[in-house]
Design a protein around this ligand. Structure first.
Ligand SMILES: [Zn+2]
Ligand SMILES: [Zn+2]
Ligand SMILES: [Zn+2]
Ligand SMILES: [Zn+2]
Ligand SMILES: [Zn+2]
Ligand SMILES: [Zn+2]
Ligand SMILES: [Zn+2]
Ligand SMILES: [Zn+2]
Length: 309
């Protein structure tokens, strides 16, 4: 019952004060606009008042005087309640609460990066990828026909997007008694020399060499006649690059290349993010990025780790 005792004392205090001002009711209204002449009463039990910046105890007489003004103590943004998840198109909201007065504020969470959706779109000259979330165009590039492909009869060059160059018939040359190969420098096609008078019926093929992101795979088709066993080969589409290989960078951004060496496209690139806590080389404060780049205090540029001693 501590609380009621407090109110009792408070009431008593107010009573004493009103006696002190007895006979001058005009003073009371004046007090509301004139904090200079107010005999402030602050009651912590009534809780805080505040604005966007700070919280305080307001004078209960309404004069506007503030007691114990303190800036809000916003909790950790990482522990804030996410009231709206960000997407690649819209910022999200995190609701932070002052740990002292319970005031809430909304902090914007930055939009997420676009995520590369499956496959490519293309026109006659270019290909591009689209964001799986918003369909934004990403990584637009000119076609580059440089992946060698072939089937039973023809060879051609392809772009990563699947766009095909002109097709040409194989130029078969005999390698040995049983096998022929295409003599085109890019073409890997092979076939068995078939006995005259026999027409092969091929099976559905089996993978004899897995495709990688840089090299098409090989599918081998075999004649279903057990007395024949002739084969021919055809290429299998390359797989997508996976950008989890070695770090690479420019002045402003870093990224990881594919293990095959293919450079990551724009969409995979992130700005450098230097550590908050510097280490020292004995002379300067040194900040390190996860890509291995260093930045020294006061310097505007960066020091390439390969050039670092
Ligand atoms: Zn007051
Ligand atoms: Zn507060
Ligand atoms: Zn998007
Ligand atoms: Zn293309
Ligand atoms: Zn060929
Ligand atoms: Zn056959
Ligand atoms: Zn690759
Ligand atoms: Zn970096």
């Amino acid at each position: 019952m501590k609380k009621s005792l407090y109110f009792l004392l408070l009431a008593l205090l107010i009573a004493i004060m009103s006696i002190a001002f007895t006979g001058c009711t005009e003073d009371e209204t004046e007090n509301e606009t004139d904090p200079e002449n107010c005999q402030h009463i602050f009651n912590e039990e009534l809780g805080y008042t505040g604005d966007d910046e700070a919280h305080w105890y307001a004078c209960t007489l309404g004069c506007g005087a503030k007691y114990k003004i303190e800036k809000h103590v916003w909790g950790d943004i990482n522990e804030a309640t996410i009231t709206k998840q960000p997407t690649c198109e819209e910022e999200g909201h995190a609701t932070l609460k002052c740990t002292v007065c319970d005031k809430e504020k909304i902090e914007l969470i930055p939009k997420t990066k676009h995520t590369v959706g499956a496959g490519y779109s293309s026109n006659t000259t270019h290909h591009w990828q689209t964001c799986g979330g918003c369909n934004a165009e990403m990584n637009k590039e000119e076609h580059s026909l440089k992946i060698a492909h072939y089937d039973q009869n023809q060879h051609w060059l392809e772009c990563v997007c699947g766009a095909q160059g002109e097709k040409a018939n194989h130029s078969w040359v005999t390698v040995n008694e049983t096998t022929m190969e295409c003599s085109d420098e890019n073409c890997q096609a092979t076939k068995t020399i078939v006995a005259e008078g026999h027409t092969c019926t091929y099976d559905n093929g089996r993978v004899t060499q897995e495709a990688t992101c840089s090299t098409p795979g090989v599918m081998t088709y075999t004649c279903t006649d057990p007395n024949c066993g002739a084969t021919y080969t055809a290429s299998i589409e390359t797989t997508d690059h996976v950008y989890n290989g070695a770090w690479d960078h420019n002045d402003t951004h870093h990224w990881r290349n594919c293990k095959c060496g293919a450079k990551a496209p724009e969409s995979e690139r992130e700005p450098h993010k230097y550590s908050d806590k510097p280490t020292t080389d004995g002379y300067d404060k040194v900040y390190e990025c996860e890509c291995g780049l260093f930045k020294t205090e006061g310097s505007t540029g960066y020091i390439d780790p390969d050039g670092w001693t």
